[in-house]
Structure formats: C-alpha cells, structure tokens
Design a protein. Sequence first.
Length: 319
Amino acid sequence: MIFRVDPPDEGGNDRSSRSKDTNNISSYKYVSGNSEQSSISTTKLPTETKPTNICNTQPRKSIPISTTDTSTKTATNVCVLNSFSYTNIQGLCPQTLPSKVPYIEDILFSFNQIFIALSETWLKSHKEAELFIKGYTLFPTDSSRQKKSNKGRLSGGVAFYIREDIAGTFEPLFEFISDSIQALCLFSEKENLLCVVYRQPDDKAHGHPSTSYEFKKMIKDLRESVFQLEILPDIVICGDFNLPHIKWPEGDPLPKASKEERKMIELVNELCNDLCLSQLITSATHKDGNILDLVLCNYSEFTFNNRIEPTTSYLSSFN
C-alpha cells in the first residue's frame, strides 16, 4: 500500500479528478482556496498544565517553501506537507532480495515528493551508500530486536527520506525504540511535525508480544513531545499500527477486537482528540480487507489530491 499526496497542478487543478479510478485506488478531491481559507488552527500552549483539547484556536497561514520543478525549471510555492508519500516497505534493503531504494527514489522523483515515510525498513548496520538517494536526507530509527540466528531476517524500523532543501530545518523531537514498537518524530522550524510509527502484530506464541503497555508509553511520549512545543504545528502521523478491528472514520472498535486491541484503539482516539487529528485512510491497506496503516493529520479541512494505491507484488502482499 502506498498513500500518496500530490499538490494541485499549476493553476490549482486537481490531478486526481483527471485520473481514471481503478480497483484498490481511492481518490480524494483537493479543495483549493486562498491562504486564509487554507489556514491551520494553532495556539500557544501553557507550560505547566497540559491541555486536554486544543482544537478551537486561532487560525494561521501555512508556510510555503520555494521549490523548483526539475522538468520546467520554474520556481513554485508548495506547502511543506502537501506533497508526500507513506508506505510499508517490508525491507528497504533486504539481505536476500533486490534493494527497494531505487523504487523509493522513483516515487520521490516522479511525483516531486517533499518527503516519504517508511515503516518496516528492516535496517541494521547498513552502509550509507546502500541507502543513498541523491537530493534527499535519510532519518532512520531501527528496531532493538536482535536476530536469533544469521538466517533470520531483520524486523521493524521506520524512516523518513526528506528533500535536502528542507531537511536541515528538521530535528528529531523524540524516538521510541523497543522490540515491538518504533516511532520517529521530527519537528521543523517551519512549524511542521512528522511522525512515523511501526507496531508489530502481537505474536506471543513465538515470543514477540506487542501489548497496550508499550503502545501507551509511545503515545504518551508523542503527546508530551507535541505539548512541549509553543504552538500546535501542522502534524502528519503515519504508520503501520496493526489494529485491524477499527471502523473508520468513526474510530470505533469492531466486535472482534480483543481487550488489548480495544485499549490501543482508545489510545489512538484520545490522541486524535487531543491533537485535533483526522484519519485519512478509509480503504483497505491489507489483502484481508483491513485498515492496518493510518495517516493522521490536523489539517484535513483542505484535503489534498491523496490516493491509496497498491504496491508492486514484490513489495507487498496487498495485491
């Protein structure tokens, strides 16, 4: 599954409206407007007391960045968060399969993406040259789980590739690293916050539990990291949460949800309420028809050209 956001064409035209819908592709129409209509709500947060809801606040304008279209060599203004992708890569540079770095490079260059977020990168002790993409900076966070043998594959891990012209404005806000959950949160001086999460499915039978206890710790760290900022930034949180029994967009647990999963669903809903987040993915991201991958943002009132597309068969079992 690839979730991709594209900016509108020059003149504000919607690419997705001209694209032929096919199976497993879900398109959303971009709502264009002037800077006032496309503004984000924000507020100064108190330093001592934690707010429970900070959504009803004063609007501010999105901060555009200057970019250059390599095909036309003309300068344009693009909001930092309106041209990006997310995918569960299932091994960015696997030991026994061809590297998927060229595939990611193709996505970034073909759609002039500002960044791409990746989950299940399976990285550990890889050389910088193996992961290099010209014009982009890699921000990785690896799993703490160790392989039991030389034959086993690596697991987990998350990463961002961010375009070099703005990568220098981002700094790590927090990392969460455990055997079952990895999260990386970056904050930019342009008042943008990016977070990518991977939570492995619960696998107690093979000695790899993934419970609400560690999930709660990760959500707590994420929430507190945002609350320590002076403003509510533009937020994108994406990743593979592996919570199959949620009814979206309502966020309600389905009847088959276990007690542990219900606890984690409640934590996701609390985070969405606290940070004014909306969940954008409403189509299945897994072959079994579940929504395992989530994209949460706090500015969905001007939803872009965003689409959910199946990846090629060697990247994912989605097909």
